[in-house]
Design a protein around this ligand. Structure first.
Ligand SMILES: Cc1ncc(COP(=O)(O)O)c(C=O)c1O
Length: 360
């Protein structure tokens, strides 16, 4: 006789695994420039390469389960109490820990739509219900609509600034106004994966975190620091939440190489600033060229551009693939292209011209 199964509390059945539905990226031209992942196009810093070489000889040893040296380095960097820092395997890993800690069946998590693809999946694995709220026509968070969706079941609101995929950012006053009057206990997670690319903001500024008890700031070493392949991210959060969220961690999930590389990158603030200036320059140039080619990208604060092409989005992605550039299409909405190398831009701009010509 079949035993009675407990009701399913994790509602992932209707979701694919993360980006599982993408087709492989072969292109007729063979060479593929991948502008679909928002990675930085610059190589790892020499210090990072030498750390990775020296760590390879210690691969038989477990890392520090608390990654305490990185916690200490971040605590000095901001500065903020050690107890407010939660590190994990990428900011996606940290976000998962936070959601597992904060949410359960019946709870709701509000976020913008479209958003970073992992939000709905991570919310579903926490057994909470996602409440996606469409962006405005100009690609911004609709903060009024998001506030209107806050109810008794709301546990978490995720805001992303600069926003993936549109590149818009929230001003400190937008954020302050939004937070005022939120019910106590509703946690706002401010995902700032792209903070360093935003010329209008100081990435060291944690003013909002200090001013509001229910704010978590989520950051990563994957983007500006160029360590996407090493998987290391962190949150600055109220200490009681950090203490609980640590218990949801997969043991040893931040490797020693990742920890040491992150610390080394954090020390290289001058190099980081130079790299950000370079990426912003490339972003401005790509924006200009795509606009001249007849597309209308949105101004962006991230290391990517959003082109709201609506029904033409998949066609543009195909046109780009044809010339050897992979971009990220959001069917029926737009295309997100990462700011990359000059060669990749040159090809992408030629695809944009062909696309515009075909459309006229
Ligand atoms: C908005 C946003 N948040 C978080 C992440 C996750 O980054 P990671 O897990 O590499 O730190 C990404 C990755 O693309 C992202 O776009």
């Amino acid at each position: 006789m079949p035993s009675a199964l407990p009701p399913r509390v994790v509602t992932t059945d209707q979701f694919p695994a993360y980006r599982d539905d993408e087709t492989p990226s072969a292109t007729p031209s063979g060479d593929l420039w991948d502008l679909s992942n928002n990675e930085i196009s610059l190589p790892p810093l020499p210090q990072v390469l030498s750390i990775l070489r020296s760590e390879s000889g210690r691969a038989h040893l477990y890392p520090d389960p608390r990654a305490q040296c990185l916690v200490d380095a971040l605590s000095e960097h901001f500065p903020v109490d050690r107890g407010s820092i939660l590190v994990g395997p990428g900011s996606a890993g940290v976000l998962q820990q936070l959601l597992l800690t904060l949410c359960g069946p019946g709870d709701e998590v509000i976020y913008a739509k479209p958003c970073f693809d992992a939000y709905p999946l991570l919310v579903a694995t926490s057994a909470a219900r996602g409440v996606p709220v469409p962006l405005t026509a100009t690609g911004e968070h609709d903060l009024h609509a998001m506030r209107a969706r806050v109810g008794t079941d709301t546990r978490v609101i995720i805001l992303c600034s600069p926003h993936n995929p549109t590149g818009t950012s929230l001003t400190p006053s937008d954020l302050r106004d939004f937070l005022v009057g939120l019910p106590p206990g509703v946690i706002t997670i401010l995902d700032q994966a792209y903070a360093e690319f935003d010329e209008g903001a100081d990435p060291r500024d944690l003013g909002l975190f200090h001013a509001h008890g229910d704010v978590v700031v989520l950051r990563t070493f994957s983007k500006a620091h160029g360590l996407a392949g090493l998987r290391v991210g962190y949150a600055v959060a109220p200490p009681a939440l950090v203490a609980r969220a640590r218990k949801t961690a997969i043991p040893f999930s931040v490797t020693r190489g990742a920890e040491r590389a992150a610390i080394a990158s954090l020390r290289e603030q001058d190099t980081l600033r130079q790299r950000m200036a370079y990426v912003r320059g490339q972003r401005a140039s790509l924006f200009r060229h795509l606009s001249d080619a007849g597309l209308a990208p949105l101004p962006s604060r991230g290391n990517f551009l959003w082109i709201p092409l609506g029904a033409g989005s998949e066609r543009f992605a195909e046109e780009s693939a044809r010339v050897g550039v992979k971009v990220r299409a959001y069917p029926g909405q737009g295309v997100r292209v990462t700011v990359g190398s000059e060669e990749a831009h040159r090809l992408l701009i030629s695809a944009a011209r062909d696309f515009s010509r075909a459309a006229t």
